[in-house]
Design a protein around this ligand. Structure first.
Ligand code: C2E
Ligand code: CA
Ligand code: CA
Length: 659
């Protein structure tokens, strides 16, 4: 036996075998008893017969009662020690009852009846010794009970026949006991082997389906339980719920107090959560500090199910009201809980888990710590879309799904002077995705660095391409640069290499920056801009007017152009306040020596007003929408006059050698 578990499992099996034989041995005992009474009754006093029958029935009646009680005990395996003791005691009594038969039913004078008695007792003890041999003490108690009472009686009788019978009886009992012992040994070995392999299987099962740290079901078992819950809910058309629970600031605890404290907290949280849920609910650990609860068959009514799930979430929340004891210090924490209801056949497991997670993140983001959030289909599609885009974005560049559109920029005579390069994501199933939707995601994931680099390389190659034709050689391309891209330590080096590798004229390249970038590390920003300006690249400040830059900061920045944000241009004709701001921006730009371009120009009145204000460069739907390259080049060809140099930059930056 290796472990306590193995030895108690073995004992439980042995006790089970002993009790299982009881009914049959009771039947056999009664048959033998009746035969003995019938055969011996002509020679034995009937009162004595009655006394023995009483003793016999008491012993075997008690045993039948014991067997019944054992069968009724659902957890007899857990109390096998106690049941074994009772079995031994009752077996001892039965042995004594048979031993008394050897005394009370012994006919003094009739050798044939003596032989019959000994024959019956030999049979009974032989069978009992073999049946009980699995537990040596039980077997010995039974045979001992017979031998102790019967043998003295045979010896006391004094005849040579009864003496011989007594000796034979003892030899027989010893022989059968020894035979029973070797049988019992191999039986025990077999049972032990089976138990060990069962326990091994259980161990493998435990490792495969339960979390090592907390003992809760793991991800794999959760999938199985969710499947069952889905099936049940679908069958009964009732709602279930998945609750996603995540501890607040768990990383902080791990960092400040170490992983051991983190592990202790997870174990205690697991224990408390398990206690607070119904038996049929599942609580699983997904890894880290994330737990998932599955609540089954809450209600056929959605509102009722939602209320029940909220109650369960509240219970889970309440187990955090008491502090946890971590390495002798008290620690308080709270979770965020997201809830998603399911009906079983309406969506996939992954969807439900993701939605519960989304709701949980919403709960986390809300100002209220200890918060519970229900997933709401009406408010969450945008979040789901974002999750989808985030996954797909990682492969978009590799899969060649990006393309560039070009939107023309014109001068005072409304002649093309250049274009802004605008990124488009041609998704195979979602179609054309506008940059406003995926650029913020690319910035959040860091993907923007590679994407921006790709845009820059394309723009440089395009400029090189255009340099060969007189109609396009003087066009300028404006490329949007994300703050994250610009803050890369090797930004200057990469832009320099890209421009040089393409062989384009850097004076035709303009980088559009936003004010968000300029707020931090101004000196570093100036240094980078100066380094690239030395190559001939120009810089524009995009979306100007909506940011917070102070005049002082603006004055220090070595820019070439201010691009007035389209939100001011939009209402410039009707809104005198917007018109005033635009006038101020134009004046400021001129004073700083920058050119000024207005974007989002959609109407001729806007152009006229802007011209009056002193702005002579424009971009907007009035001239053209952003177009794919062939359409853009086609629109240039249809322009009546030859293209001029980007005059809006000439004021700010002389183009050496290319006048
Ligand atoms: P942005 O730099 O302000 O680009 C101008 C946006 O205004 C473009 O939207 C353009 O289509 C739109 N627009 C142009 N004329 C008009 C007009 O007359 N009326 C109106 N209502 N809109 C007009 P788009 O192409 O959707 O780009 C949106 C934003 O995405 C850009 O704003 C820019 O911030 C970002 N973006 C685009 N391409 C890139 C890129 O290659 N890199 C980076 N980092 N950002 C990019
Ligand atoms: Ca721009
Ligand atoms: Ca802009």
């Amino acid at each position: 036996m290796n472990t306590v578990a193995e030895s108690s499992a073995l004992r439980a099996e042995i006790v089970d075998m002993l009790y299982a034989n009881n009914r049959r041995s009771l039947m056999a005992a009664i048959v033998v008893m009746v035969a003995l009474l019938l055969v011996q009754q002509p020679l034995i006093n009937h009162t004595i017969l009655g006394v023995w029958t009483g003793v016999f029935l008491t012993a075997y009646g008690a045993r039948a009662f014991l067997t019944r009680q054992y069968e009724k005990d659902q957890q007899h395996a857990l109390h096998s020690g106690r049941w074994l003791q009772w079995f031994r005691v009752s077996t001892g009594f039965c042995g004594v009852a048979w031993g008394l038969a050897g005394i009370l039913l012994f006919p003094e004078t009739d050798t044939a009846h003596q032989a019959f008695l000994i024959f019956a007792l030999v049979g009974v003890s032989g069978a009992a010794i073999i049946i009980y041999s699995i537990d040596t003490l039980t077997s010995n108690l039974f045979s001992g009970g017979i031998v102790v009472f019967m043998i003295p009686r045979f010896i006391m009788h004094g005849s040579s026949v009864s003496l011989a019978l007594a000796v034979l009886f003892i030899v027989y009992v010893i022989y059968v006991t020894l035979a029973g012992r070797s049988l019992a040994l191999s039986l025990r070995e077999n049972i032990s082997l089976r138990i060990a392999s069962n326990l091994d299987n259980q161990k493998v099962h435990q490792l495969a389906y339960y979390d090592f740290l907390t003992g809760l079901p793991n991800r794999r078992l959760l999938a199985d339980r969710l499947n069952q819950a889905f099936a049940r809910c679908a069958r009964n058309q009732s709602y279930g719920a998945v609750l996603s629970l995540d501890l607040n600031n768990f990383k902080g605890l791990n960092d400040s107090k170490g992983h051991q404290a983190g592990d202790e907290l997870l174990q205690q949280v697991a224990m408390r959560l398990q206690e607070c849920l119904r038996k049929k609910d599942t609580i699983a650990r997904m890894g880290g500090d994330e737990f998932i609860a599955v609540l089954d068959e809450l209600s056929t009514d959605k509102a009722e199910a939602a209320a029940a799930a909220q109650v369960a979430a509240g219970k889970m929340m309440s187990v955090f009201s008491q502090p946890f004891q971590l390495q002798n210090t008290r620690y308080r924490t709270a979770p965020s809980i997201g809830i998603c209801l399911f009906l079983g056949d309406h969506c996939s497991q992954a969807d439900v888990l993701m939605r519960a997670d989304i709701a949980m993140y919403q709960a986390k983001k809300s100002d209220n710590l200890n918060s519970i959030q229900m997933y709401d289909e009406a408010t969450h599609p945008a979040i789901e879309m974002r999750a989808t885009l985030e996954n797909e974005l990682a492969f978009a560049l590799q899969a060649n799904q990006f393309m560039l559109y070009y939107q023309v920029q014109v001068d005072a005579q409304q002649q093309p002077i250049g274009a802004e390069v605008l990124l488009r994501w041609q998704h195979p199933t979602l179609g054309m995705i506008p940059p406003d939707q995926f650029i913020p995601i690319a910035e959040a994931t860091g993907e923007i660095v590679a994407i921006g680099q790709w845009v820059l390389a394309q723009a440089c190659q395009q400029l090189k391409c255009w340099s060969h034709s007189a109609a396009t050689a003087s066009l300028q391309l404006s490329v949007n640069v994300s703050a994250i891209q610009f803050s890369q330590p090797d930004f200057v080096q990469i832009v320099t290499e890209t421009v040089q590798a393409s062989g384009c004229d850097p004076r035709r390249l303009c980088l559009e920056l936003t004010e968000s970038l300029i707020v931090k590390n101004l000196d570093e920003v100036i240094e980078k801009i100066d380094a690239l300006k030395a190559l001939g690249i120009s810089f524009s400040l995009d979306d100007f007017g909506i940011g917070q830059s102070s005049l002082l900061v603006l004055k220090r920045l070595p820019l070439d152009e201010l691009k007035i944000d389209r939100s001011f241009i939009k209402d410039i004709v009707y809104n005198s306040y917007d018109a005033f701001i635009v006038q101020t921006i134009i004046n400021m730009g001129k004073n700083l020596g920058h050119s000024v371009i207005a974007e989002g120009v959609e109407m001729q009145q806007q152009v006229t007003l802007l011209q009056d204000m002193g702005c002579h460069c424009f971009q907007g739907y009035l001239f053209s929408r952003p177009l794919p390259l062939p359409a853009f080049e086609g629109s240039l060809l249809s322009a009546t006059q030859p293209l001029s140099k980007p005059s809006h930059l000439q004021q700010a930056q002389a183009l050496p050698g290319k006048a």
